[in-house]
Design a protein around this ligand. Structure first.
Ligand SMILES: Cc1ncc(COP(=O)(O)O)c(C=O)c1O
Length: 392
């Protein structure tokens, strides 16, 4: 959360300030989750522990993602999983080979992380802080941040590493890699590990993009992480999981205790996965929200946006202004957005990322941006009609 504002804008109906559009939190939870919570009415309802290994949720995830429960490692969000599993995996891979140990001692690159540059910065940053080598493959804004998989292959020809790809990517919002592009690499580079972070994948229609999760049982060098924080609108509940080969799941389990996720997390996760109407509804909400932001932002001069398939939109000033200035001005009005630190010597000063909110929040955000940037253009004209929340 961010600190109180100095110059609070008056909030219209449907908007509560402060409004955090900087962390990509989702919007609606599945209706089944809300129905489930209504069943808790007694003071004795929470007296018992959950199941020790959260078997009901692991089984529900396994069924949804076409893997077996032994492939599922559950934790309180994918943030903690990345923090635990990546250093462990790198260490394991380095210690596996005397040649890698030597390289690690001499150049810190026994088993480097290989990742596109402009991505979820916590992973490369934490790896670099932990003394691991990070190889970044630059994405070109002039090409809408498209990822050239042949460059990744050329990099892998020079040596193995952990490939970390957020798909669709944060903060650019585009799908970086398709199944038919990655599968040949999974087969050709068995010594490398491929971690696909599908934190936002549920925003992409599975009829237009094959998710990676169901490939995990076939490829022991593939790991896929998922979260309930975004498309399921459950960031407050903290549920994330990793799909990986069973021996890696067992190794991670050994480092933590049982009863990790409470009954509420477990039951809400199962209810979310059972709600067949939720994801189609959320995809439509996100599509309308993106159009709303694109339409509003296109009326502001000196500003460019990039095509997103997720619940956020990346913007860039093309006239020398800085994302941090916009952030500071919006902060004073009670709205938080995201800006970026330099990565590997590359500055992202001109960029900012806006998380989609509810329709009224998006409209409020656009009005505030237009005002603080001194744009006379009305952002309200010809906005797409947002659909309302489903009532059941
Ligand atoms: C790409 C990506 N992965 C993982 C996370 C962590 O999410 P959570 O810990 O809520 O599952 C985030 C959060 O912003 C993210 O953007």
């Amino acid at each position: 959360m961010f600190s109180p504002m100095q110059d609070r804008a008056s909030a219209p109906v449907g908007v509560t300030l402060p409004l955090n559009l900087g962390l990509n939190d989702g919007t609606y939870a599945p209706q089944r989750c809300i129905d489930l919570l209504r069943r808790y009415t007694e003071r004795t309802d929470f007296r018992n522990y959950s199941s020790p290994d959260n078997a009901p949720l692991r089984e529900a995830i396994a069924a949804a993602d076409q893997v077996s429960p032994e492939h599922v490692f559950l934790h309180n969000g994918t943030g903690p999983i990345l923090k635990l599993a990546i250093p462990y995996l790198l260490k394991q891979r380095v210690l596996d080979s005397p040649r890698r140990v030597l390289r690690h001692v001499v150049k810190r690159d026994g088993f480097p992380i290989i990742t596109p540059r402009f991505t979820y910065s916590k992973v490369p940053k934490k790896a670099a802080e932990g003394g691991m080598h990070v190889d970044m493959l630059a994405l070109d804004p002039g090409d809408d941040f498209r990822f050239d998989v042949s460059r990744l292959e050329r990099r892998l020809e020079r040596g193995a590493g952990l490939v970390y790809i957020v798909n669709p990517n944060n903060p650019t919002g585009n799908v970086l890699v398709q199944r038919n592009e990655l599968v040949p690499l999974l087969e050709r580079y068995p010594e490398s590990r491929f971690w696909i972070d599908e934190a936002y994948v549920q925003y992409v229609d599975p009829n237009t993009h094959d998710y990676f999760a169901s490939l995990v049982p076939r490829y022991p060098n593939l790991l896929v992480s998922r979260t309930f924080s975004f498309a399921y609108g459950l960031a407050a509940v903290r549920i994330g999981y990793l799909l990986a080969k069973p021996s890696f799941v067992t190794d991670l389990e050994r480092q933590l205790t049982d009863y990790r996720l409470g009954t509420l997390q477990e039951e809400l996760g199962v209810a979310a996965l059972e709600d067949a109407e939720h994801l189609p509804f959320i995809r439509e909400q996100a599509r309308v929200g993106r159009e709303q932001l694109y339409a509003g932002l296109s009326r502001i001069p000196g500003l460019q946006t990039f095509p997103s398939q997720a619940n956020f939109v990346l913007g860039r000033f093309t006239d020398g202004r800085r994302g941090a200035e916009l952030k500071a001005k919006l902060h004073q009005r009670g709205v938080a957005i995201k800006v970026f630190e330099p990565a590997n010597g590359q500055s992202y000063d001109a960029y900012f990322r806006l998380t989609l909110g509810l329709p009224a929040e998006n409209e409020f955000l656009l009005a505030q941006i237009a005002e603080v940037l001194g744009s006379k253009a009305s952002v309200h004209a010809s906005l797409p009609r947002p659909t309302s929340a489903p009532s059941r």
